[in-house]
Design a protein. Structure first.
Length: 68
């Protein structure tokens, strides 16, 4: 597995975690839990953005890593 593939897989996993956290926030009536899940989803969004920036950089540096 190439670095590009690993980064793409990690990015997809991070996006999945973010989506799960958002769902948990919607599914609970506990306001404290809702706030926690929303904060974690926001933090995960920052991680997703950072990973996406890295994927873009790596793909620019090594075009063969770009996913078709």
């Amino acid at each position: 597995m190439t670095v590009g593939s690993k980064l793409q897989q990690t990015l997809a996993s991070a996006e999945g975690v973010k989506a799960n956290l958002q769902t948990f926030a919607l599914d609970t009536n506990d306001q404290q839990a809702k706030q926690m899940y929303n904060q974690l989803a926001q933090d995960m969004g920052n991680i997703v953005n950072t990973l996406q920036s890295r994927v873009t950089f790596v793909e620019q540096q090594e075009p063969s890593y770009k996913q078709q």
